[in-house]
Design a protein around this ligand. Structure first.
Ligand SMILES: C[S@@+](CC[C@H](N)C(=O)[O-])C[C@H]1O[C@@H](n2cnc3c(N)ncnc32)[C@H](O)[C@@H]1O
Length: 417
């Protein structure tokens, strides 16, 4: 028998062809950049967590319908929510386990997404994907199923629908659900600082592009592909939800409507629907990364180019500028710390009248003063940067009433019958 010899280069050929040896962008850019993982996903997880915790406490398995599910990103997200009290749950990383789910069904219009979703979750008997166009409402086979506990949709899938189709879909959901079911979704907000040119637009559907996935230096305006989305005014959205509910004989208990990704929209960076690209998301991804430092001069928010639009929606403008002020205070402090301007730091903390923020400012300063205690290689990259990003994120999450100025409006409603 010939002696078996492993073909040592074969494995490497395969690994290279599968892209494992491509240039690492280390989470600074791309679909699943650090901002998506540690800001946007976390925002969604923390908003949906009380709903999941309360459902799980009923000791029943959950039925989840994901609308515009892609390849099942929603399932991944829902099954990776950290517990609200980690100290009490040291043994369990996440609150919802696959075994807590009676059924997860993902609906999507794209055959490739459906095929990918089926392949991703092929070993799970409680997970299925159906192809369907939500523009036509829920498919007959879905309407025949038992009600779901959670009607779920993330990252703007429902923005693809014309308002009339969304109203019809919502009416179907409200009829199909049972009392206590929850609808949780996000949808594009109209008054994001990423697309000021839409703030005064009367048209219902307006262009959007995913050209942010192409790195800026390779992006050419003439090659950018556009498709239409509906950008929602938050009051119009609330009215539509109530109208669909009353036509279905249901009542809605609004748990929250929040603005997500106000300054870290991917299109803040591209500037494709504005006059001024600002690399804020990229810089926040650097902050969140343990190997990179944020470049402070690029993190300061200068919004002068938006001032001419401010009268189009005063509440949105007020929110944007309030958040901008808080954001910039954190960045100025970071800059002073980085430049070891002790006097400036002290004056800043002692003399700035910012009640709500003083804890955050003191905390950053404490971190700075305790730099030697952290056993890391680059204190700025590994400790300060991620904490600064989390503080910026938490300020966004501290606004409990959305005004429609986020890339997404995150909405949670309980359906009562
Ligand atoms: C931005 S992706 C979001 C995917 C996923 N929910 C996530 O969290 O990443 C939007 C998804 O909506 C789907 N979609 C767009 N229009 C749709 C329609 N009319 N009916 C069903 N799905 C649709 C797309 O195929 C795509 O998978």
């Amino acid at each position: 028998m010939p002696e078996w010899r492993p073909n040592r280069t074969e494995f490497y050929e395969t690994a290279v062809s599968m892209g494992f040896y491509g240039r690492e962008d280390a989470g600074l850019t791309g679909k699943k950049d650090n901002v998506r993982k540690f800001w946007e996903d976390i925002f969604i997880k923390l908003a949906v967590r009380p709903i999941i915790e309360s459902k799980i406490s009923e000791n029943r398995k959950l039925r989840i319908l994901d609308l515009g599910a892609g390849s099942g990103e929603g399932l991944e997200l829902l099954t990776h929510i950290p517990p609200s009290n980690p100290a009490k749950n040291v043994k369990s990383d996440f609150i919802l386990k696959q075994s807590d789910i009676e059924m997860y069904k993902g609906i999507d219009i794209s055959p490739s997404m459906i095929a990918q979703g089926r392949s991703n979750y092929r070993e799970y008997g409680n997970v299925s994907f159906d192809q369907g166009n939500l523009e036509d409402g829920l498919m007959p086979q879905v309407l025949r199923e038992k009600p779901y506990d959670l009607y779920f949709s993330t990252y703007g899938s429902l923005s693809h629908l014309h308002p009339q189709s969304l109203e019809k879909l919502l009416g179907q959901i409200f009829r199909h659900s049972k009392s206590g079911s929850v609808l949780f979704f996000d949808i594009h907000g109209k008054y994001s600082p990423a697309w000021p040119k839409y703030w005064g637009e009367k048209k219902t559907m307006l262009p959007y592009t995913m050209a942010y996935l192409v790195p800026g230096d390779k992006r050419k305006e003439e090659n950018v592909e556009w498709f239409n989305l509906c950008y929602w005014d938050i009051n119009d959205l609330r009215t539509l939800l109530n109208k669909a509910a009353s036509s279905a004989g249901a009542e809605l208990n609004f748990s929250f409507m929040l603005d997500r990704s106000i300054f870290i929209s991917r299109h803040i960076d591209t500037g494709l629907m504005s006059t001024k690209p600002m690399p804020i998301r990229y810089q926040v991804s650097r902050l969140l990364d343990h190997g990179y430092r944020g470049e402070v001069e690029h993190l300061i928010l200068d919004l002068k180019h938006l001032e001419k639009f401010k009268n189009l929606n005063p509440p949105a403008w007020e929110r944007i500028t309030d958040y901008q002020k808080k954001w910039n205070k954190i960045i100025y402090l970071l800059e002073a710390l980085m430049n070891s301007e002790d006097k400036k730091v002290q004056d800043f903390i002692e003399n700035t009248n910012i009640d709500l923020m003083s804890d955050e400012l003191k905390f950053i300063t404490w971190l700075y003063r305790n730099v030697d205690r952290f056993p890391v290689v680059d204190f700025w990259a590994s400790v300060i940067g991620p904490q600064i990003a989390v503080i910026l994120r938490n300020i966004e999450m501290s606004y409990t009433e959305g005004v429609g100025c986020g890339h997404g409006i995150l909405c949670g409603v309980e359906i009562l019958k």
